[in-house]
Design a protein around this ligand. Structure first.
Ligand code: CTP
Ligand code: CA
Length: 215
């Protein structure tokens, strides 16, 4: 990888939605801010950026190719189609882990006192990509409320990643929806760097520098 303009980066951002019926879905509080900040930082570094985004209310980064998706399955297929051509995959997306087994075509009426919804696991996009990676640098995010570093290290190993960003969620000023963040970037060799507390833009810039493939 001799110059920045030859680096192609695939970034996923935002939540996914898993529909129960046309008017109800399961999702999570991700807003896509970290992923979009990373896309901006990668563009500033001169990289080519493919940005696969779930439903978010953010302005499209100028210069990125945006691929809007809704469900985890759509995100999987879009990432699957773009992965082989990328040099760096950064999965910031908060992919829904489960989806309803049945998606009703018509709106369900609330004429029952309670409701059980059977859920099934979605595809682990990151794991599926690392199982076939060749030269790619693959970066995951671990969204955790507790034992953040322990769980992040487990995911680094189990998903065969080059880096994982340990990200505490569920507290003000970090994680979902915040404009700021504080994370620990852990590399496969066990080394780690603390980034922030700072704006997501500043953290994104540092992250892009730190995960840049060597020449
Ligand atoms: N991820 C993925 N596909 C999924 C779920 C998660 O690619 N179906 C990715 C996320 O984008 C993130 C990483 O896996 O980069 C870790 O996501 P996280 O939710 O922290 O961990 P999970 O493996 O889903 O496990 P759990 O939610 O139980 O902690
Ligand atoms: Ca998860």
């Amino acid at each position: 990888m001799s110059n920045a303009s030859s680096i192609r980066c695939l970034i996923t951002a935002g939540p996914t939605r898993e529909f129960i019926d046309p008017v109800r879905f399961i999702s999570n509080p991700s807003t896509g801010k970290m992923g979009f900040a990373l896309a901006e930082a990668a563009l500033e570094a001169g990289w080519n950026v493919d940005l696969v985004a779930g439903p978010v209310a953010l302005e499209e980064p100028d210069g990125a190719i945006l691929y809007p998706v809704v469900t985890a399955e759509e995100m999987f297929h879009q990432v699957d189609a773009l992965f082989d051509a990328c040099d760096v995959l950064i999965m910031t997306a908060a992919v829904s882990d489960f989806r309803p087994v049945v998606q009703h075509a018509k709106k369900e009426k609330k004429d029952m006192a309670s409701m059980n919804i059977e859920l099934e696991r979605t595809t682990d996009i990151l794991k599926t990509m690392t199982d076939r990676k060749v030269h790619q640098t693959v970066v995951g995010f671990a969204a955790e409320t507790n034992d953040v570093v322990t769980y992040a290290k487990e995911k680094l190993l189990s998903k065969n990643l080059d880096f994982i960003v340990a990200n505490e969620v569920g507290q003000p000023g970090v994680g979902f929806a915040a404009d700021t963040n504080e994370v620990l970037l852990i590399a496969a060799d066990g080394s780690s760097v603390k980034l922030g507390p700072s704006t997501k833009a500043a953290i994104a810039k540092e992250l892009i520098q730190l995960v840049t493939p060597s020449a």
